[in-house]
Design a binder for this molecule. Structure first.
Ligand code: DX5
Ligand code: ZN
Length: 215
C-alpha cells in the first residue's frame, strides 16, 4: 500500500521541513488538499502553493480539488506541477470532459466520490481514469472519524477492475490510522491518504512505517 501524507495537517510555518520529514520517512506521494470555501466549508491552497512545493520535493503531487467549477482550475494546477489531479464527480456535470482536460495536460486524472455518492455514478468513466478516490469522511477537514461502510465501495471497485481488466488505482482519504488501514487494505485500496495520523505525532516517519506494516 502506498501512503500519501496530507499536508493539510502539517505545520504551515514549517512546510518544507514537514514535507522533507515524510519524504525521508517513506511517503510515496504528497497529498495536497485544495478547498474553495464553496464546494466544502473550508479554505486552503491555490496553484501557487503547488508551485512553491514543487521544487522542494521529488514526491509526486496528488492534488485533491475540493472546488466548484474544477475545470476552471485544471490548467493552473497542471502548470504549477501537479502529477495527479483529483476532481469530485459531485462538483461538475461534465466529469468525463474534466478527466479528458486533465489528461490533455499530461497529468494523471482521478475522480473522487463523496461518502453519499455511489460507485455506479462513475462506472461509465472508469476506462478513462488513472485513479479513483473513495472519500472515507465527508470532505472539508482533517481529523474526522473514518466511515467503515466506505470499505464496501473499495471492494466493489476492486471487483470491477478485476472483471474489466482496467488498471486504475484505488485511493482512500479520511480517518486513516493504525486502527483503520487494515480494513481498506483488505478491501483492495492501493493508496491511503493520511493527514492527522501522520502529522499529529512526534515522529511522522514512524507513523508511516506503522501504516505500511499493517497494510
Ligand atoms: C479531507 C481531506 C483529507 C484530509 C485527511 O477533506 O481530503 O485529505 O487531509 O485528513 P485525516 O487523515 O486527518 O482524516
Ligand atoms: Zn484529500
Amino acid at each position: 500500500m502506498k501512503i500519501a501524507p496530507s499536508i493539510l495537517s502539517a505545520d504551515f510555518a514549517n512546510l518544507e521541513r514537514d514535507i522533507q520529514v515524510v519524504e525521508k520517512g517513506g511517503a510515496d506521494l504528497l497529498h495536497v488538499d485544495v478547498m474553495d470555501g464553496h464546494f466544502v466549508p473550508n479554505l486552503t491552497f491555490g496553484p501557487s502553493m503547488v508551485e512553491a512545493i514543487r521544487p522542494v520535493t521529488s514526491l509526486p503531487l496528488d492534488v485533491h480539488l475540493m472546488v466548484s467549477d474544477p475545470e476552471m482550475w485544471i490548467p493552473a494546477f497542471a502548470k504549477a506541477g501537479a502529477d495527479t489531479m483529483l476532481v469530485h464527480v459531485e462538483a461538475t456535470p461534465h466529469i468525463h470532459r474534466a478527466m479528458q482536460l486533465i489528461r490533455s495536460h499530461q497529468v494523471k486524472a482521478g475522480v473522487v466520490i463523496n461518502p453519499g455518492t455511489p460507485v455506479s455514478l462513475i462506472e461509465p468513466i472508469l476506462p478513462i481514469v488513472d485513479q479513483v478516490l473513495v472519500m472515507t469522511v465527508n470532505p472539508g477537514f482533517g481529523g474526522q472519524k473514518f466511515l467503515p461502510e466506505m470499505a464496501d465501495k473499495v471492494a466493489d471497485l476492486a471487483e470491477m477492475r478485476a472483471a474489466t481488466g482496467l488498471d486504475f488505482k484505488i485511493e482512500v482519504d479520511g480517518g486513516v490510522s493504525d486502527q483503520t488501514i487494515e480494513v481498506v487494505a483488505k478491501a483492495g485500496a492501493d493508496i491511503a491518504v493520511a493527514g492527522s495520523y501522520v502529522y499529529q505525532a512526534a515522529d511522522p516517519a514512524a507513523q508511516i512505517a506503522t501504516l505500511k506494516e499493517l497494510a
